[in-house]
Ligand binder design. Sequence first.
Ligand code: DAH
Length: 342
Amino acid sequence: MDVNEKIKLIEEQIESAVNDVKSSKTLQEIKMRFLGKTGEISSMMKYMREVPPEQRPSLGKVLNVLREKVEERFDKLETAIKELELKKRYSEEKIDVTLPALSSPDGAYHPNTLIKNELISIFAGMGFEIFEGPEIENDYYNITALNTPKDPPARDMQDTFYLAEDLLLRTQTSAGQIRVMENKKPPIKILSPGKVYRSDDDATHSPMFSQMEGLVVDKGITLCDLKGMLDEFARKIFGDSVKTRLRPSYFPFTEPSVEVDVSCFECGGKGCRLCKGTGWIEVLGAGMVNRRVLEGCGIDPDEYTGFAFGMGIERIAMLKYGINNMKLLFEGDTRFLKQFKD
Ligand code: DAH
């Protein structure tokens, strides 16, 4: 075989093979076909052994020149293809910094939390401290120490979930009052928010709901202090023109006991659907702490007096936001909750 012809042939083969190459991977494969260990050029090197010794040096030179030339050719092609590939990647990965960012929706406070926070901020402004009692209570704190006899009719006042003989889910945050008075000497001024549980379930009752309890014990505390504080509270939460009134009621742990109404903030007292035509809306229970409760906690009722109050947070939320079914406050439906986003 004529070597020069063979070289020409190889060069032609290379050109036609690389003619349409688009990726460095295929280029590498072609390169191997010619420059690899078993490639065309290597096999020509092996062929040198078959030619007479005197021709070998000149043939060797020619083949070395060919190999260098081919290597150079592939190097150039490699650089060109890599550049093309890079350009392609750049254009594919191009980031448009002018595009608006994908927005992730913000969360919002639950109406219960909004009211709870508002109440805390109103009462914190009057100097109340927060105390959170346990949700699992015993008979003593939830019932007995609150001056409620253990006989069945008194227990029937609240449908209690019992966990064991003397372990229950608290039915009222009032249980926390006892824990505070047992551990702290007056002056006492605490606010106690938390979940409570009752076996009750309809449009205005839920087996789990939240209450906010308040307790003030000091020398010379009277019902007037309670009334003054409630007036301030009602104005702050329902609006400046709202008035309060006290109606006699009964709670075993307060004497006297009262139900507190606020003048209807919807109709201004004329009578509407919200206040059921009465002009007044009941918002909480309160009273002067019963002497027997103070005594039971080791506080001398001849030296100290106090008032307490308790309200349902969901009830306040329903009144304030005009929510007619308590279920909405527990279902977690975002279509409902979205409305409270400010
Ligand atoms: N614990 C009462 C209830 O759950 C509410 C209450 C009434 C709390 C009068 C008080 C109070 O502290 O003085 O219905």
